[in-house]
Design a protein around this ligand. Sequence first.
Ligand SMILES: [Zn+2]
Length: 700
Amino acid sequence: MQNTDYKRILVTAALPYANGPLHIGHLAGAYLPSDLYCRYQRLQGRDIVFICGSDELGVAIMVRARSEGITPQELVDRYHPQIEAAFSGFGMSFDFYGRTTTDVHRETSQSFFNKLAEKDVFVLKTEAQLFDPEAGIFLADRFVIGTCPVCGYEDAYGDQCEKCGTSLSPLELVNPKSTLTDATPELRETTHWYLPLGDFQDRLSSWIDAHPEWKSNVLGQVRSWLKDGLRDRAITRDVPWGVPVPDEASSKAGVDATGKVIYVWFDAPIGYISATREWAIKKGDPELWKKYWKDPDTKLIHCIGKDNIVFHCLMFPAMLMAHGDFVLPENVPANEFLNIEGQKLSTSRGWAVWLHEYLEEFPPDLLRYALATMLPEARDGDFSWTEFQNRVNSELADVLGNFVNRTMTFAWKNFDGHVPELVAPSRDDQAVLDELAAFPGRIGSAYESFRNRDAVFDTMALARLGNKYFNDTEPWHTRKTDLQKCGNTIHVCLQLCASLSVLMDPVLPFSATTLRKMLNLWGVKSSRPDEQSEGSIGWEHAGSSLLDASHMLGRPEILFKKVEDEAIQMQIEKLQSAGGDKSQESSTSFVPIGSEIVYDDFAKLDLRMGTVVSAEKIPRSKKLLQLEVNLGFESRQILAGAAEHFEPAELVGRKVVIVANLAPRKMMGLESQGMVLMAEDRDGKLTLLSADGEDGAVVR
Ligand SMILES: [Zn+2]
């Protein structure tokens, strides 16, 4: 739901855990969507602050540091800059990227904790827990191993047996041992603070009920938690790495808090507040953060992946309600998970695309765009390298890049690099300008409602409109017969390019800047913070003509280079050699269902029966076969990626179903005039789709 009544917007993106590099799943879950949203809002001229930072506390970081023989601080000092560099490489336009090991974070978390303690929100519980007498500390569940009481596995962890998957508590382990010292732990009593979430159940329920516009995947998960009933949750632990429980709260409770820290699930979301404070300090106005967190005219948006829904939709809101001074989130548009090549992403198996490695091979905009078309908005999505290549080559290069390039080249060849005047526009010229006027509103409302895939689809639709208009008005023809008519076409096309340079900016910020340079178009608002130029051209102007007649253009450049088959093959091989165990995984995981389409989308496909009349291998290509397919009324040359699955001879004479209206495509120097449909099973094996119809029969 669109609410433009707010005076300002605060967007937070989930704090990545600083115990490893970032991968493509991170980008698809929280970061690309939030960046698209923020860049769009800045182009709208809205007052917006975009906050993120590294989550550097917690037991997992201790465990990882221990296994490497370094301190937790050394570990996070290694990953924090790496993560920040990857984000910056992808153009994540944070106003501030913080970290949770700073003094400001410690102070903010402790004062939050104290405030809740003062208001008697917490309950205290004393329980027996395992204590390592040699190390002198209580053992968090990951620091205890022992024999699983269910399956007898000897190295089960205190929270879970990795052999049989059973959830455990450390006290259930047989023969428990401390992983720190190998000592046999003793049972000792320890006291902890708990947040009684049940006390907030009613308030949370009515707050959630007031947001029917939230995404259904989010509401579904939240309602199921509420239905189960919310329970007390510990917010302190006995571990040596974290924000210490503050003295005020511990003396108020009469509990010795030595060695106790605030549980990371409690302090991590407070990291959004502390990072906003640090941003304000950096801006030279230390109180500025309060406006964004305390003034009810702020629209607070949390962008997260689905594993974080319960923390951002129930626990953190309960904390904010308990505190009382802060605004509650207006929306929490969580994304589902991203699979890779049909398999679940797994960092431990190496089945991941690492962002720092991607950036060594390709420009950031290519992945930003391709990934935006595959975002797991409503259900788990799938990233594949061939789909990446397809999006880059057939959309960015062939549609958007081609439109810009032919327009620019034409303007330089025939109009000396000036924008020709529009004189007595034809009905076609006017129709395109009228259509253009509707695009900012349409794309904008998709961004407003977190439908990023739709927004990006509509952006590309504008480039398609440009290409169609260019083809229909045939400037290469009118150039010789009616120069003014030709000038009108190029005038309109240049206006579309200028509008595109604004409207594509959220998803393709680097290329948008290049395009504006090519157009010599200045004065557009910046979609980045700290570059708030005096730009007066914003999103709302992008539906009208931005270039004056006789405006001098800059020099054309190629916006998008195509990605070669070899580059894609290398990425796929790299992924597979990194340890992805396809034979094991593929027997269980199906490719997820694609995003929903309407009948009209389907009806655009012209599917026909045909017969393969000849088939041969293509020299130098491992995958492609060159087929000739008879459609009854004509014959087509089609290249099919089936050479690893079929001998050419076994295809001859076979009935096939082809996509007959697919735009021709060149591969290995040969044109492919359509596509043969095949089924791919979970092992990647291909079989032909076939039926008995006569050649040329329509398949519906
Ligand atoms: Zn077990």
